[in-house]
Design a protein around this ligand. Structure first.
Ligand code: SIN
Length: 500
């Protein structure tokens, strides 16, 4: 892989260049790696170098944890109304800087600008939702069987939370974790991803501006490899950390669980997906095509909830395939900053290689390429893959088992409801599933039988701050957003009083 020798001055694209930071944020200070180590960050659409980021050793993760621990008592002691006020100010800052935040996101992640703007609005919605949730962390009183006894249950913040976030939603996965944590009264250490650190840092600039006290929000950064592994270990083994919220792959989730078993942390994990997307013979096909476009091609297919296995009933298979191909042909691929582009690059060459492997494997087993199927090599290290539609994909192949994380729509054929549910449920993961039907009885039957945490019927859009997001089986546990999301960052404490 060649990497472009170009550099890009991202700051010059921003109205507020101070949002572009190249340092970590610990205890209210902007800091380099303690030994000066850095790693380069590249734009996946052009290969141009954007920044040199701090490559922090484990000792700085410890420092960040210490800072969060020291800041915890005062932050936890604020009233819920005071914490709400901070979150609402941060929400407003995000709205005011939507365009700059979107440009940063688009440049480091590749997500087209319009979609990046959408992610910033989505990210901000977690602040808005959790600002309100801060006021609703109700306790309970419970009648006691013992005379003269009163039982009260209160909710308290759990303490220092480690937030380990992914690169596919560089902004929204930070706010989805940070907003409920702060609303609950917790302090946080965010390990931002090496691929997309700038969006995380821009959020820290804003949190500093709204006056969130030093140590409440900390961001540590390092490249993949040994230092990242050491940071993970520190977050897992340090007894000052009470909770880990992680979004990422199932293997890393397993590792974090093992590493944190010695300190028995509370965990919430949003791990891999392999969503089934089922189009029954009675589906509204226009709706189903819109659904696939929204689900499969959002973020160029790099979402955990995106359609991975598309099951189409034989009776509508050819018609659906042809309508889908017509729509996918209309995508404009390119640098997300360019006008009209609606499919950007993948985040890395590794991502491109995986899509390529899935296509080659399916084709070698008999699948037909209806559209796309190849990487786009611009010779500059950029990471593009053609939006691809495969037909006649066999039951057994890599894309049936593994999440592709790219713009590949594989069409499987089915004839029978029971069979397609069984095939959907064979996956070891269970994050999301989608299906399209006009039949009310089937809607309820199928939704209840799918082994996933989230089911979408006649829509390709699931995520909203107001609903519980999370999976079952090897997709993890815990819920983000919705009425129970804030509870992931709180403990219930019983106070039983006798002798009354
Ligand atoms: C993810 O990739 O899991 C996040 C998707 C979303 O929030 O819609």
């Amino acid at each position: 892989m060649s990497t472009s020798a170009k550099t890009q001055d991202l700051g010059s694209l921003l109205k507020d260049a101070a949002l572009f930071k190249q340092q970590g944020y610990i205890n209210g200070q902007w800091v380099a790696a303690s030994d000066g180590a850095t790693f380069p960050l590249h734009n996946p659409a052009t290969g141009a170098k954007l920044a040199d980021m701090p490559h922090m050793p484990r000792s700085q993760v410890t420092e960040a944890i210490d800072a969060a621990k020291a800041a915890f008592p005062a932050w936890a002691a604020l009233t819920a109304y005071q914490r709400q006020a901070y979150l609402l100010k941060l929400f407003k800052e995000m709205e005011d800087h939507n365009e700059d935040l979107a440009i940063i996101l688009c440049t480091e992640n590749g997500k087209p600008l319009a979609e990046s703007r959408g992610e910033i609005a989505y990210g901000a919605s977690f602040l808005n939702w959790n600002a309100a949730e801060a006021l609703r962390t109700y306790g309970q009183t419970i009648p006691s069987p013992y005379p003269g006894t009163r039982n009260t249950v209160i909710k308290q913040p759990i303490g220092v939370c480690a937030l380990i976030t992914p690169w596919n939603f560089p902004n929204a996965m930070i706010t989805r974790k940070m907003a409920p944590a702060l609303a609950a009264g917790c302090t946080v250490v965010i390990k931002a991803p090496a691929e997309t650190p700038l969006s995380a840092l821009a959020m820290s600039v804003l949190s500093e501006r709204v006056g969130i006290p030093a140590g409440v929000v900390n961001i540590v950064l390092m490249d993949k490899g040994e230092r990242e592994a050491a940071a993970g270990l520190e977050l897992c083994e340090n007894t000052k950390v009470s909770k880990i919220s992680f979004t990422g792959s199932t293997p890393v989730g397993r590792l974090l669980m093992k590493q944190s078993s010695g300190t028995l942390k509370k965990l919430s994990f949003e791990l891999g997906g392999n969503a089934a997307f089922i189009i029954f013979e009675d589906a509204d096909l226009d709706l189903a095509v819109n659904g696939i476009i929204a689900s499969k091609f959002r973020a160029a297919g790099q979402t955990c909830v995106c359609a991975n296995r598309i099951f189409v009933h034989s009776k509508v298979y050819d018609e659906f395939a042809s309508r889908l191909v017509d729509r996918v042909k209309q995508f404009k691929i390119g640098n997300g900053m360019d006008d009209g582009v609606n499919i950007g690059p993948l985040v890395s060459q590794r991502g491109v290689e995986k899509v390529e492997r899935h296509v080659e494997d399916a084709v070698s087993l008999g699948a037909k390429v209806l559209l796309g199927g190849k990487r786009i090599d611009n010779g500059d290290g950029s990471c593009f893959f053609e939006p691809t539609v495969l037909a006649d994909v066999p039951r057994q192949c890599a894309v049936a088992d593994e999440e592709t994380f790219g713009p590949l729509a594989p069409l499987f054929r089915f004839d029978d409801e029971d069979d397609v549910i069984e095939r959907a449920n064979t996956s070891e993961v269970g994050l999301a599933a989608y299906f399209f039907t006009q039949n009310l009885a089937r809607t309820n039957r199928v939704a209840e039988r799918l082994e996933v945490g989230m089911v979408a019927v006649n829509t390709g859009v699931i995520a909203q701050a107001c609903v519980p997001f999370g999976g079952v089986k090897q997709s993890g546990f815990g819920r983000e957003g919705g009425p129970s999301g804030i509870d992931e960052f709180m403990i219930e404490k019983l106070i039983t009083i006798g002798g009354l």
